[in-house]
Ligand binder design. Structure first.
Ligand SMILES: C[C@H](O)CC(=O)SCCNC(=O)CCNC(=O)[C@H](O)C(C)(C)COP(=O)(O)OP(=O)(O)OC[C@H]1O[C@@H](n2cnc3c(N)ncnc32)[C@H](O)[C@@H]1OP(=O)(O)O
Length: 704
């Protein structure tokens, strides 16, 4: 074999198969960069000049990834839409040349094959992937506020049909090998050990002709079926995005346009809209989330090295205990022992785990044997058997300081001297819990969000006496559990609940001002939150809100005092969804506002304020509190504050988090808005000193 030196290297085998290896020098992950254009052109030129090639395999030189897409840093560095569009055009041109090669080209895929990486594979005539768990295929550009800009919007619908392509491109979902095969994104999914052999055999076969499936011809192949599919997708998309994500509209536009006007025109439109999207504030905000989370994956949260973990204990088999044991056993891979005061608690946690695993089995993500194996890694009991082996114990018992103290003492008596006691409290100060400890350096807060297996955030809360090693160890544990941890200060509400509370209180004030519940919830949905505040209160539980508020008022002051709504609801047996009624009624299939709640609160609902004004009123309370948290060191950086709010509350990702949003508005404007609201609605809106100082100094939170 002969080889050239570059990120794209060609070699030739005696049987007539050419091998194109992608291996970006000095990087763990292959990404596509503008500077490779010339290298790829050279490779294609060389290939065109050959007459003895029967086929070609395109593969990665990296052990665990194919190509993770275009280099996002390169896109972020673009200063004009034209510059970004020309990057897309460059990719389109090279991929078209690849597609037009006269012999059979086969992509051999193992590991992430995303964005521009999948677009490259789609330009090959066939695709084979490994059935390894690392393999993922997808066009996640929409999650960066973009559309696939190098032919993905045109080739994927033509390969797998409009409906499947719309679903993949609009959601950005990443497919595992089996699903990719089922949808027709790949032709074969095989064990990694034979991936290259199978790809080589494919390459030796004649070039295949592309054909749509029967069903797709029926649905998307004719104009009537197509418009039906597009109408449905447009409606579904608008229900979800509420017009806040320009990339979703652009995707629908480009795919439809390409199918109506042909590939060439479709590609031109794809590049143009791609360029425009790169310049949007939405894409900049979404890209910032990617950069932030990537950086956070590398941080340990502390100066010390994490301790090795072998076994994890969980106290309490309720909803939180069930979820925590699941992510610890199934994601992190540690054996878990659950302790509860009665067997029902253990059974509850076990069945919670079983249901989650069985869902995965039904979706064929895991086998029955794997399910059994994972269930075996979770044990439980009503005493402290085996707790002398635990390295970390996570408590998820009832929110009661006396009970937490008892847990600390029992763990110190039954576990090892170095065992970490991590408390999942959502409202009690960690230093108060640690007061009962003989070894307070081992006590730390580890605050999960419900449902644990879905919510990506964990707050790590050291108190003054927590050791650095303890922090590093639970940060490492949280990451293994698949979470993004942020280290936050030990003050009431920590970070997420502290910024959420004033927002929720303000929503209650708006309600008491007579705005209808649906109008209020819709206002915040339109703003970009995933659920409205009143629905959220019902979901979290009115009783939980009522429990946290006095803690916040006690430690942080009167501005946390919400209106007198909670008690009235609780006295009427309305705890929210879990009791079948709160502000909404949950006993019929469709959730509906319980009109009798207005009577209970002495209200006569009427739409008076417009949706934007309501949304701004509630959100400003959150922004002001977030600014205080950063100023007081409750969050370590604006970046942590943004990620915490997006991952913990669902703060609109396209705004980039409360701090990026404040920068976008301008700190001066935020101070003006808060002052105007303070004049209108009261002192609680008074801008905090940190914001006033920043406005005077004309500062922003970020400099990029
Ligand atoms: C024209 C085209 O249509 C436009 C595009 O292709 S836009 C890009 C679309 N692709 C994506 O959005 C994928 C982004 N990447 C990811 O989601 C994840 O990195 C992944 C799932 C591929 C791997 O995750 P994981 O194994 O946890 O590794 P992760 O730590 O995230 O990444 C490893 C390194 O690769 C880098 N990386 C991964 N994908 C990248 C990309 N598309 N651009 C730039 N850098 C990237 C990360 O920044 C990180 O670099 P570092 O170690 O120097 O900080």
């Amino acid at each position: 074999m002969t080889e050239q030196q570059s990120a794209f290297t060609l070699s030739y085998a005696d049987n007539g198969v050419a091998w194109l290896k992608i291996d970006v020098p000095n990087e763990k992950m292959n990404t596509l960069q503008a500077q490779f254009g010339e290298q790829v052109s050279k490779v294609l030129e060389e290939l065109k000049g050959k007459t003895d090639i029967k086929g070609m395999v395109v593969y990665s030189g990296k052990p665990d990834n194919f190509v993770a897409g275009a280099d996002i840093r390169m896109l972020a560095a673009c200063t004009t839409a034209e510059e970004a569009a020309s990057l897309a055009e460059q990719g389109q041109k090279l991929f078209a040349e690849l597609e037009n090669l006269p012999f059979h080209t086969v992509a051999a895929i193992h590991g992430p094959c995303l964005g521009g990486g999948l677009e490259l594979a789609l330009a090959c005539h066939s695709r084979v992937c490994s059935d390894d768990d690392k393999t993922r295929l997808g066009l996640p550009e929409v999650q960066l506020g973009l559309l696939p800009g190098s032919g993905g919007t045109q080739r994927l619908p033509r390969l797998i049909g409009v409906a499947g392509a719309l679903d993949m491109i609009l959601t950005g979902k990443q497919l595992r090998a089996k699903k990719a095969k089922k949808l027709g994104v790949v032709d074969e999914a095989v064990p990694l050990s034979i991936l290259l052999d199978v790809a080589e055999k494919q390459a030796l076969k004649p070039k295949p002709k592309r054909q749509l499936s029967l069903q797709d011809r029926a649905m998307g192949g004719n104009s009537l079926g197509r418009s039906l599919v597009f109408d449905q997708a447009t409606k579904k998309t608008h229900d979800k995005t509420r017009g806040n994500y320009p990339a979703a509209d652009a995707i629908l536009d480009v795919i439809k346009y390409g199918l109506q006007n042909g590939m060439t025109k479709g590609l031109a439109r794809e590049a143009k809209l791609f360029g425009e999207l790169v310049m949007t504030s939405e894409s900049a905000a979404l890209r910032s989330i990617f950069f932030a989370t990537t950086a956070m994956k590398k941080e340990s949260g502390s100066e010390a090295e994490p301790r090795k973990i072998g076994h994890v204990g969980v106290l309490g088999g309720g909803l939180m205990g069930g979820g925590i044991s699941h992510v610890t056993a199934s994601k992190a891979g540690y054996p878990v022992r659950i302790k509860d005061i009665n067997n029902d608690g253990i059974l509850n946690a076990m069945s919670y785990n079983y249901k989650l695993l069985d869902k995965k089995r039904k979706r064929r993500i895991i086998s029955k044997a794997e399910l059994q194996k994972q269930m075996q890694s979770i044990a439980g009991g009503i005493d402290y058997t085996a707790f002398d082996r635990m390295d970390v114990v996570i408590e998820a018992v009832f929110e009661d300081l006396g009970l937490k103290h008892l847990m600390v003492k029992e763990i110190e008596a039954n576990a090892k001297p170095e065992t970490i006691f991590a408390t999942n409290t959502s409202s009690l100060p960690i230093h108060q819990i640690a007061e009962a400890a003989e070894r307070p350096e081992n006590v730390v807060g580890l605050h999960y969000f419900s449902p644990v297996e879905k919510m990506p955030l964990v707050e790590v809360i050291p108190h003054d006496g927590t050791s650095e090693e303890t922090v590093a160890t639970v940060v490492a544990l949280a990451k293994k559990q698949g979470k993004t941890p942020i280290v936050v200060g030990d003050k009431a509400g920590f970070y997420v609940n502290r910024i959420l509370a004033p927002y929720m209180n303000e929503a209650a004030q708006v309600l008491l001002a007579g705005e209808p519940i649906e109008h209020l919830d819709a206002a915040l949905l339109d703003f970009g939150f995933p659920v409205g505040p009143i629905t959220l209160l019902d979901e979290v539980g009115v009783d939980i809100g009522a429990k946290i508020m006095p803690v916040l008022v006690g430690e942080l002051g009167e501005r946390f005092q919400g209106p007198d709504v909670f008690d009235k609801l609780l006295n009427d047996g309305r705890k929210g969804r879990k009791t079948g009624k709160g502000f909404y009624l949950y006993n019929s299939k469709k959730k509906a506002v319980d009109k009798s709640v207005y009577k209970l609160l002495g209200l006569d609902p009427e739409k008076k304020a417009d949706a934007e004004a309501i949304a701004m009123r509630c959100t400003l309370m959150m922004l002001n509190e977030a600014a205080r948290c950063l100023d007081e060191g409750v969050v370590r950086s604006a970046r942590d504050g943004d990620i915490g709010a997006i991952f913990g509350i669902g703060f609109p990702p396209f705004l980039g988090g409360p701090f990026r949003y404040m920068d976008q508005l301008g700190i001066k404007r935020v101070v003006e808005l808060l002052t105007e609201h303070a004049d209108k609605y009261g002192e609680r809106f008074k801008p905090c000193q940190a914001l006033i100082d920043m406005a005077e100094a004309d500062q922003s939170y970020y400099t990029d």
